[in-house]
Design a protein around this ligand. Sequence first.
Ligand code: RUB
Length: 389
Amino acid sequence: MEVITKYYVETDLPIAKAAEAIAAEQSTGTWTKVEKARYVESLAGRVIEAEGNLVEIGFPEELFEPGNIPQYLSVVAGNLFGLGSIDKVRLLDVIFSESLVRAHQGPRFGIEEARDILGVHDRPLAGTIIKPKVGLNPKDTAEVAGQAVRGGLDLIKDDETLTDQAFCPMTDRVEAVMAELDRVETETGKKAFYAVNVTTGADEILERAEKATDRGANMVMVDVLTAGFGALEVLSRNVKVPVHVHRTMHGAMTRDRHHGISMVAISRLVRLAGGTNLHTGSYLGKMAGDVGELDACRDALREGWYGLRSVFPVASGGLHPGNVSANLDGYGVDCIVQAGGGVHGHPGGTADGARAMVQAVDAWRKGVSAKDYAADHRELKAAIEFWGD
Ligand code: RUB
């Protein structure tokens, strides 16, 4: 069996030569001929197609160490990016063999398991990011989180740069937020996830996550590209709560359509490594996104894949109640729409912003435009007047 990789390539070489150079460099070759025993050739990469700017290569699955995602990346996304003979190259997709996929547990908590915890099965989830993204003390963080859940949101998350700084120690923050969420649940019956960012060095990320869950955290978050896929998999294999995966730094790899690594490839790796939720971009928002790629990420996270549980795609980045429906049209029911500024910047404050997000999701479910639904939903009306739709 093979692992199939697809690349976009720009080069002055004949495309077949460039494809051979990539296949060699990422398997058994180098820039010049080196005599080798014949049996080594069984691990050589094979050019399947080289046409125009598209290259497809099959790597024998024996080249990959089962279970070792960092090593997978060294093969399919390694030295090739630095080959002087190639001007630009983008890893478009990677199709892993069944045995390599089955070497991973994948998400311990997938979409269904996360829904079972919340008791929400028939609609998209709506969430927010604590804003300001850094600076609040634990008490004020809890206040903001409590307001968001009182407004009906299902998920409150730390932002990607908030970890365990002196101005907001993680353990104090978790205790304060979870105590507030417990109060809200007791008063209103509304259950919500709080995704605490446990991103840190590989040597202590599991210990940090366990400190959070020991204090009641019901979800952890990791910045997968800065912490590493290995760190994500350590969490998903050992921590007894769902894992929210932020993709900060992805733009350095995904943004150039002609060089880097597509979000589709990253989506497959996050599912292998066991994320429950993954930011994959918004059909309408502040971050640049390509519809074809968004669709491919959505499908990579949710389609059947040798028994691995499915993963929530997360639409975030510049969302507000007025553009929720465009994102839900793309992602459908099994997704998370989340807004930071689009909740906390609401003219009526966080709780009203949360209500407006919930109303925007309800409008979509009913097949009614947000504008029409706003006629008798004041919080949504105020949001649309403020940000448009
Ligand atoms: C969004 C936010 C997230 C972005 C990252 O805040 O804080 O970090 O979602 O973008 P806001 P992406 O809602 O105020 O824009 O989700 O595309 O990775």
